[in-house]
Design a protein. Structure first.
Lengths: 297, 283
């Protein structure tokens, strides 16, 4: 008859609990609990350093009645939508060009993936200097080429600022698409292309009827992941413009950050991030379902 | 014109188009980096105003000297390194243990937990920084490197556990059974059999934990205001306020800050693609 210790030692449940203890501690203390707390705080009037007071949906009411906030909601949608679309197109283009064997292909790949290893803060600072009105690279090159006589204040011009910010998001974010799409392209069986060619398909038809269907799953996951991270990351906006000029480039996470750090109004700052949360849940559930399905298949 | 000649012509056009696309993408990618590196070795006269140049005529290391003698850059760099290494070490250990349990041990709630991992990874930091700040203050961990490491584990551990689960699944069970029969404990099996054969996967895990913590900005700027605990991403932008002619040293600091992640990237390049397709980067 095995001793109690031996039975305990062989009990996989106990072992699993021990192995998973660090992970569970981390998840509960710095993700799950804070998340629940964030939802709760968004229904409170809470100033930094003081206990909160439950006020129902007043924070949400105040936000939705504020025109600046509605402008920022629209900015966030625009910023995310345009950045994701451009990253998608550039990433696909890069992947299609990098996929076939070509001389120096390793070099091209390495170079095109570099922005991905550059910390976003560094990239944003670097671009801020490129955009600099008087000494930046962009104006200097345009002047040298004779394309302009007057310097352009790229980040202060109301009609240009958002596009300049998006360009930086595209610069840092494209390699993620390129890598995903490259892996996706390599997973499409060569026989499908050969069959298409035998049937006399043109390059465009090949793309439409072989490449696109084969990549659909990857397209979807990549776009969903990128949408979550693009719309919730404030780094690019915070470093480049901090929302200027006149809130033209401000997006929700940066607005929330400034509310929390500038005014200490933690309740309403939390509510800002919750606005898109129902939508975010749908995307998150969608992604995890796809990832889990891919794993079990 | 014959059919084959037209096909050859079409092929040639396609190649030309491909090279044009490549050229444009390379210029777009390297342009800002060129500006960063050249600015860092220019004199102020070549950086600003009417005497500005597109390439450095008199390269100098003056900006780097200023960086180390007049700014706390060395402190930021050291903090970033300590935090990134600490996070990486704990992440690899915790995720290896967790992933092994999720893949090889039978217990109730296994599937649910795997799902929760994905959810937690996708919860954006912008949702969490406000309550986390209060928690850290109450725990006396604001303004400390430990506090940052603990919060960074919140996004490195779920992702890396998820990543490792995939690799651990591919290890033949027979290999592990042989180890168990020979009297290895489960921990022994993990450390002596599973981890050695999944070394590339562990390298990828280490890479992600390192770069994600090296790059982190939001938590670092909310939880830390003390110069002695600041990291590179929050330390460098503060140069902007301190000095008007800062772009030279600033670009020197960005050059130096890019080196560690870039070095790790070149080292691990081969193994990274697999990891990335699983959604490794918050970008």
């Amino acid at each position: 008859m095995p001793s109690r210790w031996e039975r305990l030692k062989n009990d996989q449940r106990v072992l699993a609990a021990l192995f998973l203890l660090p992970t569970l501690l981390v998840l509960v203390s710095v993700v799950v609990y804070p998340f629940a707390d964030a939802v709760w705080i968004s229904f409170q009037a809470k100033q930094a350093g003081t206990p909160g007071r439950f006020i129902g949906v007043q924070n949400y009411g105040e936000l939705l009645g504020n025109r600046v906030f509605l402008q920022i909601v629209w900015n966030t949608v625009f910023y995310t939508g345009v950045a994701v679309a451009i990253k998608f197109l550039l990433g696909l283009l890069a992947a299609l060009v990098l996929a076939p064997a070509r001389r120096l292909n390793g070099l091209y790949r390495t170079v095109l993936f570099i922005p991905w290893a550059v910390p976003t803060v560094i990239a944003a600072l670097n671009w801020r200097w490129v955009y600099d009105e008087f000494s930046g690279m962009l104006n200097n090159v345009l002047l040298a080429l004779g394309l302009t006589q007057n310097v352009v204040a790229w980040l202060a011009e109301p009609r240009l600022a958002m596009w300049c910010v998006i360009a930086v998001a595209v610069w840092t974010g494209t390699p993620f698409y390129t890598m995903s799409f490259l892996a996706g392209l390599q997973a499409i069986p060569k026989e499908l292309y050969e069959a298409a060619r035998l049937d006399g398909a043109s390059a465009l038809q090949e793309f439409r009827y072989v490449t696109v269907p084969g990549m659909q799953a990857i397209f979807l996951v990549t776009v969903m992941l990128s949408t979550v991270f693009t719309s919730t990351s404030l780094v690019v906006v915070n470093i480049l413009t901090n929302g200027a000029p006149a809130e033209r480039t401000n997006i929700l996470p940066n607005f929330s950050y400034n509310l929390a750090m500038g005014t200490g109004r933690l309740g309403i700052a939390s509510a800002v991030n919750m606005i898109f949360f129902p939508l975010l849940i749908l995307v998150i559930v969608g992604i995890s379902r796809r990832l889990l399905a891919a794993r079990t298949a | 014109m014959t059919a084959s000649a037209s096909a050859a012509r079409q092929q040639w056009l396609r190649e030309l188009l491909a090279y044009v696309v490549l050229l444009v993408l390379m210029v777009w990618t390297l342009g800002p980096l060129y500006w960063m590196v050249t600015t860092s070795i220019k004199t102020n006269a070549e950086v600003y105003g009417t005497t500005a140049t597109l390439w450095p005529r008199q390269p100098t290391l003056q900006n780097y000297r200023v960086l180390f003698t007049k700014t706390p850059f060395a402190v930021y760099f050291q903090n970033s390194a300590l935090i990134a290494l600490g996070t990486t070490f704990i992440t690899v250990l915790a995720s290896a243990l967790g992933a092994y349990a999720l893949v090889r041990l039978r217990f109730p709630g296994r599937r649910l937990l795997a799902r929760v991992l994905v959810y937690t990874y996708l919860v954006p930091q912008s949702l969490l920084f406000i309550p986390l700040f209060t928690i850290l203050v109450n725990a006396g961990l604001s303004n400390t490197r430990t506090g940052l490491v603990l919060t960074y584990l919140g996004f490195t551990v779920p992702f890396c556990t998820w990543l490792l689960m995939g690799y651990f699944l591919s290890v033949p069970v027979e290999l592990e059974e042989a180890g168990l029969v020979d009297g290895c404990s489960r921990l022994g099996v993990l450390f002596r059999i599973v981890m050695p054969v999944t070394l590339p996967a562990l390298a990828v895990t280490a890479f992600f934990s390192f770069t994600l913590s090296w790059n982190e900005y939001l938590y670092a700027s909310v939880f830390v205001s003390d110069v002695n605990a600041k990291t590179i991403p929050t330390g460098i932008p503060s140069f902007i306020i301190e000095d008007v002619f800062f772009w030279g040293p600033m670009m020197a600091s960005t050059v130096l800050s890019v080196i560690p992640p870039l070095a790790v990237y070149f080292l691990f390049q081969r193994w990274l693609i697999t990891g990335l397709t699983l959604g490794a980067v918050k970008g």
